[in-house]
Design a protein around this ligand. Structure first.
Ligand SMILES: *Cc1c(COP(=O)(O)O)cnc(C)c1O
Length: 389
């Protein structure tokens, strides 16, 4: 009926601006930190909420060597969008799309012999060699193969499948539990265990292209952990893995996402006026209220009720009362910005706005969760998609 596309109208309400120039600069900073190891750009969960495909393209343009996802579906979606090169995905359940992954040239991670059985069957059906990486649990206690007889059994079975021409073992890898706490004794213990498990596999005859264990915090703080490849997620998006490691600027990173909304209403109210569900905020005197048209359905944490910071008209304001599904209110203290004025929830922080880390503190979580949970109702608006001429 109308030729107006949905996105520009939707972005009037709220938008997550994604600065791909910042993302490329972050990749370059991480490549320098990695000191010769390749950088895998981790774009799982829609690029931590930033949009997997545009972020993956920008990361490759800036020299990332690999892409990484959690699920096979995420990896297949990158291929379907035309992304070239190596992609590793690591979170499988029985019955997963092994054959599609093999046919799409995706490297798959195996943490147990059940997965090796499924991938070899799929390789036989497809008539192609599956590229597999063996994941060791060096102490995280989550996914990965336990050391000892389990690892020996997985390595033996993988070598047998390799000899039959069904798989090629391209990688040996693991994941840290506490890399964001430099000096935590588990970090050195996991590194030692990783070296032993790699040495065992190599003694048995595995010839991996890449050995890798470092996530963003290990990439930034522990050069001993870099091996052949580092898997960076949060740092790619310009967010510090933990405030203890420093601010993004301290780490040479720049936040990529700026979340803002347009005030839907500004109005005068008398003192003693209850605000939002439950009346957990009551105006201390006559004031103005601004209506910010985003809520928990958009990923604004309900735990930030009464605490979340917002920049409006040059001043920090705080969520007044509860965050609702689609909206929350700020007390503007008598100021009268017009409806449509910008409310910046978070961004890089250098124009006075709060950061994702400020929202994490305000809602008792980590900045990873703040950016990743921003919902699909908020359009992503990409800027600096091209290298400046
Ligand atoms: C998410 C994830 C990463 C990236 O972690 P960051 O801390 O965001 O850098 C790396 N490896 C694995 C296995 C992951 O699940």
């Amino acid at each position: 009926m109308s030729e107006t596309s949905a996105v520009p109208t939707a972005s009037l309400r709220a938008r997550a601006e994604i600065d791909l120039g910042a993302l490329r600069a972050n990749v370059r900073a991480l490549r320098a930190r990695a000191e010769g190891a390749g950088v895998m750009a981790v774009v799982k969960s829609d690029g931590y909420g930033h949009g997997a495909v545009p972020c993956a393209r920008a990361a490759l343009a800036a020299g990332a060597a690999w892409l990484g996802t959690a699920t096979a579906e995420e990896a297949l979606a990158l291929r379907a969008a035309g992304l070239p090169g190596r992609i590793l995905c690591w979170l499988w359940v029985p019955g997963g799309p092994w054959r599609q992954a093999i046919e799409a040239d995706i490297d798959v991670s195996l943490s147990g012999t059940w997965a090796l059985r499924e991938v070899t069957a799929a390789a036989r059906e497809a008539g192609r060699v599956a590229r597999v990486q063996l994941k060791a649990d060096t102490g995280l206690g989550r996914n990965g193969c336990q050391p000892g007889e389990n690892w020996a059994a997985l390595v033996t079975a993988a070598l047998r499948a390799e000899a039959e021409g069904l798989v090629r073992v391209t990688g040996l890898w693991s994941h840290f539990a506490c890399a964001d706490e430099p000096g935590h004794p588990s970090v050195a213990a996991q590194l030692g265990r990783f070296r032993e498990m790699v040495a065992y596999a190599e003694d048995q005859g595995v010839r991996p292209e890449v050995r890798h264990i470092a996530n963003s915090p290990a990439t930034l703080t522990l050069s001993d952990s870099h091996f052949d490849l580092v898997r960076t997620g949060i740092a790619l998006y310009g967010i510090s893995p933990s405030p203890e490691l420093g601010t993004p600027a301290d780490l040479g990173l720049r936040p990529v996402m700026t979340l803002s909304a347009s005030l839907a209403l500004v109005k005068h109210v008398p003192g003693g006026h209850g605000v939002s569900y439950g009346h957990h905020y009551v105006t201390p005197g006559p004031t103005t209220l601004g209506l910010v048209p985003v809520g928990y359905a958009d990923g604004i944490p309900r735990h930030a009720s009464g605490t979340g910071p917002v920049l409006v008209d040059g001043k920090w304001r705080t969520v007044a009362g509860r965050v609702a599904m689609d909206q929350f209110v700020v007390d503007l203290g008598g100021d009268e910005p017009p409806a449509g004025a910008q409310a910046v929830l978070f961004g890089p922080g250098d124009r006075g706005e709060p950061t994702a880390e400020d929202w994490a503190k305000a809602s008792g979580t980590i900045a990873y969760e703040i950016v990743t949970r921003i919902g699909t109702r908020v359009p992503r608006v990409y800027v600096n998609g091209q290298e400046p001429g």
